[in-house]
Design a protein. Sequence first.
Lengths: 658, 126
Amino acid sequence: MSDETNVPAQPASEPALPRIMVIDDELGFRELAAFEFGARGYQVVTAADGQEAVLKAGNRDIDVVISDMAMPKLGGLDTLTALKNLDPKIEVIMVTGFATLENAVESMKRGAYDFITKPFQIDDLARLVSRALEKRRLGLQVDELKEINRFKSEFLANMSHELRTPMNAILGYTSLHLDQIYGPVTPKQQEALKRVEAGGKNLLQLINGILDLSKLAAGRMPVYLEEFNLRDLMDEVLKMMDCLAGAKKLALTADIPPQIRIKSDRTKLKQILINLISNSIKFTREGGITVCLARSPGKSRFTIRVKDTGIGIKAADLPQLFQEFRQLDASSTRQYGGTGLGLVISRKFAQLLGGDVNVESVPGAGSTFSIDLPLESELAAPAGERLFRQAALAAGKKVFLAIDDDPEVLSLLRDSLHGTGYEFAGALGVPEGIALARKLKPFAITLDIMMPHQDGWSALQVLKNDPELKAIPVIILSITDNKSLGYALGVTDYMIKPFDRRELLGKLKALEHGCKPKAPGQAAACTVLVADEEKATADYIRETLAAEGYEVETAATGREALAKLNAAPPDVLFLNLTLPEVTGFEVMEAVEKDPKFRDTLIFVLTARHLSGGELEHLHRRAEAVIQKGSRKLPDILSLVKRKLEKIEVFAERPAGGE
Amino acid sequence: MAKILIVDDDVTNRDILRTRLESAGYEIAEAVNGEEGVNLAQQMPPDLIILDVMMPKVDGLLACRILKANDKTRSIPIVMLTARSQQMEELRGWESGADEYLTKPCDHQRLLAVVAQFLPAAGGKP
């Protein structure tokens, strides 16, 4: 029974007391700890063994755990692992005797906060606990801040529509008035309207700049590559800039060869050029701006130089020039106008395209900005094939492939899979994704729907029509909810963004069961072990499943079951709880402890009436607990098959299923 | 008089476009979402359609695909309206079948030039 201390109810406004859990098989220590820590202002939960602890920790938010090392049932180390799986940020302090000091080292490896050896002073333990609590608080705070930062960037990126919509009205109606479509406008009114228009245009530029920066910060700036002639783009830019330069009586000249084909993001390069040239115009009083191309023959890169005869920049100020949200001199902003975002954005755009923007300057004589870019840009996203390590394939790791045009989603998926043993590969577009699927033969693919160029549906068509790829389960991961279409096109599962990490991992784990490595051309049979002393039951299950192409073995005692399990971990285990020699519960426990049975699906068959606690325990590991008397055996089996069917959606068994 | 169908969920945007285009001598019809736009286009049919991309229910991309898949409306030129030039580049990649793209806020000279490119004879002041 739980011997929780009575803590007076907290007024809602006060922060909750930190919760600690004490796990020890000695009642005396539990009581002592509950008293001592209760008196120190903690809420104390106690557990007599590891299993109870894991169950309780699952229901409550525990901050710090004090766990005994030597305990019956689930030992201290396994308890530690189970608790860390439940909540990676939980801090666990292990209590060890001298005899088990090597376990202390192991527990640190498994993520314990610290250990303390018996006998100890309760004050020493209390100090450890308060330090562990501090660590947990900081850890949670960091998580929260990361999340808030991400939300902030996302919010800004999503705001783009809302921020620009009012500008439509301002600029649109102003220009209608200026063109006297609503009737004659006096010269005074004209002048006022022109100011509204100029202000509106400036504001729009500012909004665009801030949104660009936030998109860049959130990793959500899309890159669109195409082949074009640089000279054409240059002519376009010069035409736009000519009147700006002309208004200040500056000469704007460019020397670009008539034919130079590049592959880049046209809109971004145009924006870089406009930013740099207008910046030069802004800071030049007399003289002019020249734009020229430098290209070493044979090199795969080119450089565009924008040179002015302006005021120049002090050497000390150069490093700050490209820093976000920093302007060199507030007074210069007032004098020359602008937000100072243009240079930052230009450099980030160039970097996105695999290049850079740099500056050389002599104060009083002028500045030269150089844009260095590859002739052929590639999608140099943080995610993508480069994320995939060839070594992983050699190590026989299961590869999971995600196709999504949003690099942020890819890195989120990659982070979600961290530590799960899956190897992650990401593709930012459909062609790249399909190429990776062919190369890596992933065990599962998640697919976004709304992608430019080629959407997820078309990718699905390619995947499902390719004999080599059609067996790979595809999970749609999209913001659009179109499940019926998805299932009709053969997807295995459908998840709506934002996705839940646990849900995804659960789905992947389930898919893994259905995706055992197969010999080419022929599906390996699913192996089943039936552990039941009732021969009639075991035989019936064996015959029915064998007819469907399963490879079935039987075991009549718990010991036989353990031997066969250890010899070759089966895909599926039917386990009767009342086995002779070694009981089903004990078999279950052995299976739970040994990682080699991680992939084994367990169906518990029992004629016994189970207590709530037993059921809860069994359900943590078993796919289903089936009461023997409650249904006829064929019904049970078809229930089991349905469950298998769901998991093995794509496993092609030699004999047809249902 | 050449007829132009404006499909946009934003009333301000529709009004600005309508005023601008009416003053240039076109006859205007309006629809407030993609679904209504497609239906109206089939009834009328107009000589040109201006289609906003971001709309609830049937968005501009889907509406464009539907219009271009239908024999009755296939030959009507479609001008897509999008928020920014970057999105314009992306839209080109979508291959929705649109004939031209314009960014919002619309520069009216460009708007009239694009429209006149498809309806050369119809323009002119009333």
